[in-house]
Design a protein around this ligand. Structure first.
Ligand code: CO
Length: 279
């Protein structure tokens, strides 16, 4: 049985070298993939194959039910390496319909350790209980939960300090959410892209929270946010309008968004942020 795998490996290596004699030499030199894939361990969802990429083109992290838990050292190590060292441009959170992990999270059966691992999915279910329970029980409801889980994990990735700090450094990085279909091999884009601190802030907040965070900002910080994020004025023009250097506009905008983030985080923890206005 394992002999089969070894001879498959030999044939594959020969095929690759025949098509491109420098293939392995090049890969040995360095890896510089543009994408980090966070997907399910499910054997039917092979990362490279689905998007037809060669070795070296996709940095991959897989676990049961494609989770991005903010306390998981394995996922965080992969994320940090991908963002800080490889400097990927895109992070893809890829769930799949018919995910056994997602179904197991909410079927009420006890399986041991994995029940703890799947806890975040039960939280997603609880958050969207009304919507989910309005759907027919079974596949339809589970598949919706797969989608909601992807959206949630996209937000987890975008809220992570490694990603937030990369944006602060001006690193162009976008987090995407896809769901793969086992029945036809196609991915569906959930259109939940997050590519800035501002996107991440609005993706994780409701309107009241945003307004509360906004009202705490200094007038100049508010002006920056309104001009740049609501009126879509390019940052150099915003700097012009306000009569400040571009670099100052950039750092003030970033501080303003981080301050709004602090209000939202304090909300989530149920604590108060210190009184007073933010920069
Ligand atoms: Co799965």
């Amino acid at each position: 049985m394992l002999e089969d795998l070894k001879s498959n490996n030999l044939a594959w290596s020969l095929r690759k070298t025949e098509a491109d004699p420098q293939f392995f030499k090049r890969l040995e030199g360095q890896q510089s993939p543009e994408y980090l894939w966070i997907g399910c361990s499910d054997s039917r969802v092979p990362a490279n194959e689905i998007v037809d990429l060669d070795p070296g083109e996709l940095f991959v992290h897989r676990n049961v039910a494609n989770l991005a838990p903010p306390q998981d050292a394995n996922y965080l190590s992969v994320l940090q390496f991908a963002v800080d060292v490889i400097k990927v441009k895109h992070i893809l959170v890829v769930g799949h319909y018919g995910c056994g992990g997602v179904a197991a999270a909410v079927d009420g059966q006890r399986r041991g350790l994995v029940d703890h691992w799947l806890h975040p999915i039960r939280e997603v279910y609880a958050e969207h209980r009304a919507e989910l329970e309005a759907l027919p029980a079974g596949v339809v409801r589970e598949n919706r939960l797969c989608e909601l889980n992807v959206r949630r994990q996209v937000r987890n990735v975008a809220a992570d300090v490694f990603v937030q700090d990369a944006w602060a450094r001006g690193h162009a990085l976008c987090v995407h959410g896809w769901v793969y279909s086992l029945s036809n091999g196609l991915v569906t884009d959930m259109n939940v892209d997050i590519s800035s601190v501002a996107d991440a802030t609005s993706a994780t907040a409701d309107r009241d929270q945003l307004e509360r965070g906004f009202s705490r900002l200094e007038p100049e910080a508010r002006a920056l946010i309104v001009l740049h994020h609501y009126l879509d004025l390019p940052l150099p023009e915003v700097a012009n309008v306000l009569g400040i250097p571009l670099g100052t506009a950039k750092s003030r905008l970033h501080r303003a968004l981080q301050s709004m983030r602090a209000v939202l985080d304090a909300d989530a923890r149920g604590t108060d942020v210190p009184e007073g206005r933010f920069a």
